[in-house]
Design a protein. Structure first.
Length: 242
C-alpha cells in the first residue's frame, strides 16, 4: 500500500526505511510514489524499486548498482553520473532523462524507453539494450563497447564520436543517425538499417555488414577493411561483379 494515499515519499522517508531494515540493499519500495524525490548521492545498491514512479527525480551521483528498477518511470529524471552497474532497468521509461556521464556497465536495459534522453559520455559497455528505444537520444562520446543493441531503435540519434566497437547492432534501426567519427570496428551490423545516416570519418574496420542497408548514407572519410568492401557495396545497393 502506498504511504499517505499515494503521497510522494521524501528523502527522509527513504532514510528512515533504510535505518529500519539495517542496510540499503534490503530497501524495498516497489510500487511506491517517488515522483520528484531527491536521492542524489545516496547508496541504493541492490535495492528494490520495481514499478516505482520516479518521474523528475534527482538521482545525481546515486549508487544503484545491482538495484531492481524494472518497469520504473524515470522520465525527465536527473541521473547524471549515477552508477547502474549490473542494474535491472528492463522495460523502464527513461525518456527525456539526463543520464550524462552515468555508468551502465552490464546493465539490463532491454526494451527500455530512452528516447530523447541525454547519454553523452555515459559508459554502457557490455550493457544489454535489445529492442530499446534510443530515438532522438544524445549519445555522443558514449561508450557502447561490446553492448547488445539488437533490434534497438536509434532513429535520428546523435552517436558522434561514440565507441561502438564490438557492439551487436543486428537489425537495429539507425536511419538518419549521426555516426560521424564513431568507432564501429568489429561491430555486428548485420541487417542494420543505416539509411541516410552520417558515417563520415567513422571506423568500420572489421565490421560485419551482411544484409545491411546504407542507402543514402554519407561515407566520406569512412575507414573500412578491404575484406568488407563487397558487403559495403551491397549495403549501398551497388552491384559487385568479380
Amino acid at each position: 500500500m502506498l504511504d499517505g494515499e499515494n503521497r510522494p515519499l521524501t528523502r527522509a522517508d527513504i532514510e528512515l526505511r533504510i535505518q529500519a531494515v539495517g542496510e540499503g540493499n534490503k530497501l524495498d519500495v516497489s510500487g511506491q510514489n517517488l515522483q520528484g524525490i531527491d536521492l542524489s548521492e545516496m547508496n541504493l545498491a541492490d535495492a528494490h524499486l520495481e514499478r516505482t514512479d520516479l518521474r523528475g527525480a534527482d538521482l545525481r551521483g546515486a549508487d544503484l548498482s545491482g538495484a531492481f528498477l524494472s518497469h520504473v518511470n524515470l522520465s525527465g529524471a536527473d541521473l547524471s553520473m549515477a552508477h547502474f552497474r549490473d542494474t535491472h532497468l528492463n522495460e523502464s521509461d527513461l525518456s527525456g532523462a539526463n543520464l550524462s556521464g552515468a555508468f551502465f556497465l552490464k546493465a539490463d536495459l532491454g526494451r527500455a524507453n530512452l528516447s530523447e534522453a541525454n547519454l553523452s559520455e555515459a559508459n554502457l559497455s557490455g550493457a544489454y539494450l535489445e529492442e530499446a528505444n534510443l530515438s532522438d537520444a544524445r549519445l555522443n562520446n558514449a561508450n557502447f563497447a561490446e553492448a547488445n543493441l539488437s533490434g534497438a531503435e536509434l532513429l535520428n540519434a546523435d552517436l558522434g564520436e561514440a565507441n561502438l566497437s564490438e557492439t551487436i547492432l543486428f537489425k537495429a534501426h539507425l536511419e538518419r543517425a549521426n555516426l560521424r567519427g564513431t568507432n564501429l570496428s568489429g561491430a555486428d551490423l548485420s541487417g542494420v538499417h543505416l539509411v541516410n545516416a552520417d558515417l563520415r570519418e567513422a571506423n568500420l574496420s572489421g565490421a560485419h555488414l551482411v544484409e545491411a542497408d546504407l542507402g543514402g548514407a554519407s561515407l566520406i572519410g569512412t575507414l573500412i577493411a578491404a575484406e568488407s568492401k563487397e558487403e559495403l557495396l551491397r549495403a549501398l545497393g551497388v552491384q559487385w561483379n568479380t
